[in-house]
Design a protein around this ligand. Structure first.
Ligand code: SF4
Length: 258
């Protein structure tokens, strides 16, 4: 069944809230605590142990893989890094390899020249300032060349088991589209998600949202007819309001940009 886009809640909001307070109200999640709990309960049933799709063998190769993944597909990064990580899985080995060789290995990845420079620079910094180990704090991770807040959050979560929310293009879109965690910047969406997601779902929330965005709530046309939260979703562009059957999915691998 196709339903018309829902505008009534927005109109009601505009009428009932003075203009000065609308900006604040529009930043709030559109969902009650119970609804957020139910959304993430279903995500958990669908993907009990969601995993990132970037291949790595240790925290160092994870940092490199995430840094290489900007504006590239995980599948494309994996293809290039498999051979690279087989011969250089530590900062010392990476530096010994040299920038020209690293560039050759990653030349199929977008922005590879700049990324090869960053890989060398971050490897050197790890050796010079962190004893060759990947640091655990966000501040220290963000000191590394090519590592921003999103990359630092991914590394803290996947390498060190911290409950962080890395806001990539999918997480940012979903936070705003379905009004779960509205925000103008990735930082605002991150803070809003940290406020609304129950603690017991926080660790996997980042991957659940990414995978939901990558495979269902897609950028150009959300596939609402395949969506397990279609009945709860409050996105104005929602096209279907009957939830898809809630079953566990097999692992999926995408060739879409992260
Ligand atoms: S119902 Fe549609 S818009 Fe809402 S979360 Fe699902 S796919 Fe996205």
């Amino acid at each position: 069944m196709t339903i018309a886009p829902k505008k009534s809640s927005t109109e009601t909001l505009k009428k009932s809230i003075p203009a000065s307070r609308r900006a604040v109200a529009s930043k709030r999640s559109a969902y009650s605590k119970a609804e957020v709990e139910e959304i993430f309960r279903r995500f958990k049933v669908q993907r009990p142990e969601p995993k990132g799709e970037l291949e790595h063998v240790n925290p160092f190769t994870l940092v490199v893989a995430v840094a290489l993944s900007a504006q590239a597909t995980d599948a494309g990064v994996n293809k290039a890094t498999r051979a690279l990580f087989a011969i250089a899985d530590t900062p010392e080995k990476m530096v010994a390899l040299g920038e020209d060789t690293v560039r050759e290995y990653i030349k199929t990845i977008g922005l590879y020249r700049n990324k090869a420079k960053n890989v060398m620079a971050l490897s050197r910094m790890l050796i010079d300032h962190f004893g060759g180990e990947v640091p655990r704090t966000r501040e220290q991770l963000m000191m590394l060349p090519g590592v921003g807040r999103k990359t630092a959050n991914v590394v803290m979560s996947m390498a060190f088991g911290e409950a962080t929310i890395a806001v990539d293009t999918h997480v940012f879109r979903i936070g705003n589209r379905i009004r779960l965690a509205p925000g103008k910047t990735p930082d605002e969406v991150e803070q809003a998600l940290l406020r609304v997601i129950p603690d017991h779902y926080l660790f996997h929330a980042h991957h659940w949202l990414i995978l939901h965005g990558r495979y269902t709530c897609k950028a150009r046309r959300p596939e609402c007819e395949r969506c397990i939260i279609a009945d709860i979703c409050k996105a104005p562009e929602k096209t279907f309001d009957i939830p898809a059957p809630l079953v566990e999915l097999p692992l999926q691998f995408s060739d879409q940009p992260a």
